[in-house]
Design a protein. Structure first.
Length: 606
């Protein structure tokens, strides 16, 4: 079964036409994928990983690229092989989704905002598998259950914007698996997922591969995921393949300098054991680095007490509120100046809603938010505008938070112009300094967001958040879409700024290894409540709550010899956060298990 390659790529070359002439996206790349095998393609953003996968699907032509050379032989079964580079688009439409499935990186661009989840899931089944409406809906329900979406029946009738980022990604994964393709191309499929869901999705894909002999082309920048999933690894750098080998060879005996740098940049869970304060990582080629631990101060900057945010669920002919989504329930915490509090938890646990509630991007129902001795929830619009200068947010999806019609210089300049901080040459100098800070070339100033890779876009978002010299930055999954080497640089940048400028961070993340690297304090969220909170060392080295323990267990380890088996992942299904209008939520009561280390005591706990 493993002898004959299912897809063979030979000397692939892809070019993009730009105003300045052709740009080579991928140059002379060759590799193959056999049935029942997982080949991971790794490299940083802009290295040509996604371009290779889009070429196999022949979608590159829709993105302004052209196949300038090479062959892509695909075995359609019965010994019938075709060259995908020569295949006409009408046959490609039959192959796409049916014989070759694809999981895209950004779920919101892969889903159609005007159709329900159910309609999008059943469409491929009805076209490719000739199923009746009822059969397709039953299969769609089965797929949503497989990817562990809570309340799958309700989700079928919802639209993409009604789901959290992690849930949308699971829908995209379900769509790709729907027709049981012979080749599954997964482009960063677990980037937006939290560790528990990621662990289960990886186990699901692994099981599918074993049961159906599906070949998997897995594109990722997460070396721990590579260690968990790969049979073979292809390392790409600047559009070229620089190394290929079995997963053990790549991890235990890397040959190319770039592969070595990539492995060195991986934050490993447990690396910070025995240390109380976060400290930047040692990066290859950076001799000027300050690696001192960041102590921070004891002076309180932000004090949140009893924060509760609920969203109404409308129903019936008059669109009355029939229930409430309890997104955040009775939350209390403090952040000191120059320190980082990390919020961790699964998608849908209310992490992002906490950040948005503090900045009043959504209005909380109850509670108080004291920022710099000022009650935020009581401010009028004018005062809120003033205080927002000191509180900035870096959003999860940089493509959605940047304006596609403005060049990058205008986007970074906009907050400074809004607050009248600088103009003319001084403004231009400040923008250039910010670009230098986030290590983006100044030639990018005139570019537009679509001309950048995901990692580069996220750095623009960070530059824009820093433009006003804020005191607090709410970073909502700010580095989850970045590859390891860029992620390490961005994290180090954020920590350097913290030690220089005394910035405070509310760091919202699902990546436990990253959280361990940057945090002073950690709060673990589950179903809108903090279930465990305390100094990072206490929470990570002595987790007390069963949910925190399960979360730690699910973290993939960047070592192919220590793979997690599916038996180790015994997560409970997440209960619904939707309750009737008259539901009275119990208050959060905590037990102190160590200095500053608290665990939730709850009747309806995990």
């Amino acid at each position: 079964m493993l002898d004959q390659p299912l897809v063979t790529i030979e000397n692939l070359r892809v070019e993009f036409q730009t105003k300045d002439g052709p740009v080579v996206g991928v140059e002379d790349v060759s590799f193959n994928v056999k049935s029942g095998e997982t080949v991971c393609i790794v490299g940083e953003s802009g290295s040509g990983k996604s371009v290779s996968s889009l070429s196999v699907m022949r979608l590159i032509e829709y993105g302004g690229g052209t196949l300038a050379g090479g062959k892509m032989t695909f075995d359609r079964g019965d010994g019938h092989a075709i060259d995908l580079a020569e295949t006409d688009q009408s046959l490609m439409r039959t192959i796409r989704g049916n014989e070759i499935g694809m999981i895209f990186q950004e779920p919101m661009t892969a889903l159609n905002p005007v159709f329900t989840v159910g309609r999008q899931l059943t469409e491929g089944l009805r076209i490719h598998k000739n199923m009746s409406k009822a059969q397709a809906e039953a299969r769609a329900l089965e797929l949503l259950t497989q990817v562990r979406i809570p309340e799958p029946e309700r989700r079928l009738h919802q639209y993409p914007h009604e789901l959290s980022g992690g849930m949308r990604q699971r829908v995209v994964i379900a769509m790709a698996l729907a027709c049981e393709p012979r080749l599954l191309i997964a482009d960063e499929p677990t980037t937006a997922l939290d560790v528990t869901i990621q662990a289960e999705i990886l186990a699901l894909m692994d099981r599918l591969k074993r049961e159906t002999g599906t070949a998997v082309m897995f594109i990722t920048h997460d070396m721990a995921v590579v260690a968990q999933m790969a049979d073979r690894v292809v390392v790409m750098f600047r559009g070229k393949k620089v190394e290929e080998g079995t997963v053990e060879e790549i991890f235990e005996n890397p040959q190319h300098n770039y592969t070595k740098a990539l492995l060195a940049a991986v934050p490993k869970l447990g690396e910070m054991n025995g240390t109380d304060y976060p400290a930047p990582m040692k990066l290859l080629g950076r001799e000027d680095q300050n690696l001192d631990p960041i102590v921070g101060s004891d002076e309180v900057l932000l004090k949140v007490k009893g924060l509760t945010t609920r969203f109404p669920v409308k129903g019936g002919f008059f669109r009355r509120t029939v229930a409430n989504v309890h997104a955040v329930e009775d939350l209390s915490f403090t952040i000191q100046k120059g320190r980082t509090l990390s919020l961790v938890g699964e998608s849908g646990s209310g992490k992002s809603t906490v950040g948005r509630s503090i900045l009043r991007l959504v209005e909380p129902q109850e509670g108080s938010v004291e920022f710099d001795c000022c009650e935020v929830l009581g401010l009028n619009t004018k005062d809120m505008h003033t205080i927002r200068q000191d509180m900035q947010m870096i959003f999860q999806d940089p493509f959605a938070s940047l304006n596609p019609q403005m060049n990058l210089m205008s986007q970074v300049a906009e907050p400074m112009q809004n607050y009248g901080i600088a103009k003319g040459q001084e403004l231009y100098d400040r923008i250039e300094a910010l670009f230098d800070r986030v290590e983006l070339p100044r030639s990018f100033l005139r570019r537009f967001p679509h001309e950048l890779s995901g990692g580069q876009r996220q750095r623009v978002a960070i530059a824009r958040a820093l433009a006003l010299n804020p005191k607090l930055i709410v970073a909502d999954e700010a580095v989850s879409a970045l590859d390891v080497s860029v992620q390490a640089q961005v994290l180090n940048l954020m920590m350097e700024l913290q030690s220089e400028l005394g910035l405070s961070y509310l760091f919202i993340s699902h990546d436990m290894a990253v959280v361990e690297r940057v945090s002073h304090d950690v709060a673990v969220m589950y179903l809108g409540r903090i279930v465990e909170m305390g100094p990072r060392r206490q929470v990570f080295e002595h987790p007390q709550h069963p949910y925190t323990q399960a979360l730690m267990k699910a973290v993939p380890i960047a070592d192919p010899r220590r793979r997690k088996s599916e038996k180790e992942l015994n997560f409970k299904p997440i209960p619904s956060p939707i309750h009737p209008v008259d539901y009275v939520a119990e208050p959060c009561v905590y037990k102190e298990v160590g200095p500053g280390h608290k665990v939730l005591i709850s009747e309806s706990g995990y």
